[in-house]
Design a protein around this ligand. Structure first.
Ligand SMILES: [Zn+2]
Ligand SMILES: [Zn+2]
Length: 354
């Protein structure tokens, strides 16, 4: 690799639309890191939020966006064991952790208080090259193309939320609020876990996403602006849902989620917003509810979702609506923001010849 600079999508100021494609220095790797040639990086709702300055987390500007990615190892540091040049991999997102706290020592390093993730704390993968600690890597089968493998990250978010932090038994009534990429993948994980009925709810503008939910296994979709979701849920079970997953990415639907849940049921919240809300917490006590937040994922979850992706069990093509070269990042972001596609994937090496 002769070049010393490469193109990268950089978030450079904490104001709206402060993102641009820039030539930046190719990163240098440490002994326990690899330099990855990015094969594909998918656009996350959080990338779109950062670009519009509507995010609710701290961003170290300037930073290269992108935390959902896979690629080929181009160079491995001297201390790296188990990976070498030419290996096809995907990467977890906890780019920096302390390695010493209780959470790091018990394999829950994704919750390390010092954690810094790609794309907001550490330079991410919307670039030709990205520097990655070897401990973040997972090998992927040759049969799994990068433009689907990069979806391992949102898959891991959904798997953690529905299969680790929630309990679903076959025949459970599960409701998913919010049919964005994470909500749809949560619905798919619920379907794979045996949820039935499986209700996915969204707004009128979500019509194409609700249609995708049907293909991913929802037994019923609800437009909450034209239908009474509570009545639909109670038409299946008068006491309410066993599990409600709030994947709306907003704060306010949490009250609705509590209302839809049966006594002794569970609410899992994944996705967040800067908005704080007044909330009646009495139903939690009165109906013995469990409310569980879900944040990121760790090693065993990644191994599972890579298997699911490779076997095609999560129907990942259902959510990918746009594949574009890095130069077209803005269109990829806008298409998601405007709801024209569910998920965009950027291919920094360019589009494959068909
Ligand atoms: Zn993401
Ligand atoms: Zn730690």
């Amino acid at each position: 690799m002769a070049k010393s600079t490469h193109p990268a999508v950089v978030h450079y100021a904490l104001e709206p639309n402060a993102v641009e494609l820039r030539e930046v220095a190719v990163p240098e790797i440490g002994d326990d890191e690899v330099l990855l040639e990015v094969g594909a990086v998918s656009v996350c709702g959080s990338d779109v939020h950062q670009a519009r300055n509507t995010h609710s987390w701290q961003v170290n500007i300037p930073v290269v966006l992108g935390h959902e990615f896979g690629g080929t190892v181009a160079q491995a540091g001297r201390a790296v064991r188990g990976f070498r040049e030419g290996d096809r991999v995907v990467s977890e997102t906890a780019a920096r952790i302390c390695g010493e706290c209780l959470l790091c020592r018990t394999g829950r390093y994704n919750l390390c208080p010092s954690r810094k993730g790609f794309g907001y704390g550490i330079d991410g993968a919307m670039a030709r090259w990205v520097r990655v600690p070897a401990r973040c890597l997972h090998r992927i089968p040759d049969s799994l193309p990068f433009d689907l493998a990069c979806l391992a990250e949102p898959h891991a978010v959904a798997y953690q939320a529905m299969c680790v932090n929630s309990t679903i038994r076959p025949g459970d009534l599960v409701v998913v609020l919010g049919p964005g990429p994470i909500g749809l993948l949560c619905a798919r994980m619920a379907a794979l876990s045996g949820a039935d009925p499986l209700i996915v709810a969204g707004l009128s503008a979500d019509a194409p996403r609700l249609e995708a939910a049907g293909r991913l296994g929802a037994t019923r979709t609800v437009d909450t602006q034209t239908e009474d979701l509570d009545a639909v849920v109670r038409s299946y079970s008068a006491i309410g849902a066993d599990l409600v997953c709030d994947a709306s990415g907003a704060s306010r639907p949490l009250g609705m989620a509590l209302g839809l849940t049966r006594p002794d049921g569970q609410v899992t919240k994944v996705g967040w917003s800067p908005e704080t809300i007044p909330l009646d917490v009495n139903p939690l006590v009165q109906r013995n509810l469990r409310i569980q937040g879900s944040f990121s994922h760790n090693y065993p979850v990644w191994e599972r979702v890579i298997h699911l992706l490779d076997r095609g069990l999560t129907l990942p093509e259902t959510i990918v609506g746009l594949r574009a070269p890095l130069e077209d990042w803005r269109e990829a972001f806008d298409a998601m923001h405007e709801g024209r596609v569910i998920k965009s994937v950027l291919l920094p090496g360019g589009l494959p010849a068909v």
